[in-house]
Design a protein around this ligand. Sequence first.
Ligand SMILES: C[C@@H](O)[C@H](N)C(=O)O
Ligand SMILES: C[C@@H](O)[C@H](N)C(=O)O
Lengths: 157, 157
Amino acid sequence: KGTVVTGVTYDKNVAKFAILGVPDTPGIAHKIFSALGDARINVDVIVQGAKSNEVTDILFTVAQTDIKKSRTILEKICLEIGATGILCEEDVAKVSIVGAGMASNPGVAGRMFGALAKVGVNIEAVSTSEIKISCLIKQDSTEKAVKAIHEEFGLGK
Amino acid sequence: KGTVVTGVTYDKNVAKFAILGVPDTPGIAHKIFSALGDARINVDVIVQGAKSNEVTDILFTVAQTDIKKSRTILEKICLEIGATGILCEEDVAKVSIVGAGMASNPGVAGRMFGALAKVGVNIEAVSTSEIKISCLIKQDSTEKAVKAIHEEFGLGK
Ligand SMILES: C[C@@H](O)[C@H](N)C(=O)O
Ligand SMILES: C[C@@H](O)[C@H](N)C(=O)O
């Protein structure tokens, strides 16, 4: 399997927002993220997946210290764009694997997800790039998740 | 605004699969991606976002050359996990911005999305990491999208 994955990172200072039922038309994502940007709110993971009936959900994470500020901005934007709702979960953490060779190694994601499944950790969101796979999980599962991933990829403690 | 974004990349050899209505329980993501990994199918972007009523959708991209092989594997897995359906779109492209300083610069995502909105390009999916933001768009919008993003971030042609 080699050294495809070189490290595991985690971040517990994470709050997950989901804007539900946003119209899937040009300009919507811009309205949401430029409003947060104008307020100097750092957004970390952004995930928008499949849509149904011309609406979709947009999920993203901010630091826990930015929850209140974000919520005020998002409530206003939601009215403007006609979204159906806002969810916020504070008990989440982000767990990631990093490695330069992941893009060309099929199966790395499956192994990470398998390590989490073995210890009963549910994956609440996934976001990837060529060198990093991140999962959002429940915050109290962080240590268990990191340990399971370390073991799967044979990384030192 | 500085040199936060250092480049724009695109890939037209992209097919988007969405597995709809998967149970949101540990082990499901592992089943899907280890099956694709065992078949040596390279998965690029993986996006799983908000869920509703204990089911969620998982979206991911493979090379267009892997569509047929992926579809056969996914049909079998969908039956096993009780998913409600599989969507496949071949007319998509991935457009990304990269830059080491993005994580600490609020508003970069909003600007990218704004550049796409200005030229009427709809964002079909989003996936991010600290140094990269990727959007899936319609393949025939690729040139227009890349040009609009270049202009927004003042990158040379
Ligand atoms: C949902 C949102 O991403 C929309 N499709 C847009 O382009 O802004
Ligand atoms: C949907 C899927 O990601 C599931 N939550 C899992 O942990 O495998």
